[in-house]
Design a protein around this ligand. Sequence first.
Ligand code: FMN
Length: 112
Amino acid sequence: MFLQKKHDSITDKIDKASCVIVLNAQLHPDKVPEWEEIAALACAVQNMALTAEALNVGAYWSSPDLIAGLSDFLELSVNEKCFGLFYLGYHKEEPRSATRTPTATKVKWMED
Ligand SMILES: Cc1cc2nc3c(=O)[nH]c(=O)nc-3n(C[C@H](O)[C@H](O)[C@H](O)COP(=O)(O)O)c2cc1C
């Protein structure tokens, strides 16, 4: 469903960003499991995020629903899929601490 408010907020974000990298991956369904290619893409995005952080450039990965309808606009090949937008921008914000749950709630140690 097309939502004008959502469309406006995305175009506003694109206007504000210094650069937007479209995260496309060429999948090879006959050779490589899709999850491996998506994991590789996510690792690349993580590296870009770490580089941006080191350079004090603001960055985040966004995956709005509308990317599903962008294949023609992005001229995607067969089996090429868009997995989101990576916004990058200069900013003057002070670093903010993230709200995270303790690692202990996510790791299960098993001893023999
Ligand atoms: C695959 C993926 C898709 C995301 N999509 C969105 C999104 O559409 N909108 C949004 O506000 N945040 C989205 N996020 C979260 C932001 O990118 C988030 O700020 C970023 O993961 C940093 O997380 P942190 O606050 O834990 O450092 C997404 C994250 C990932 C990994």
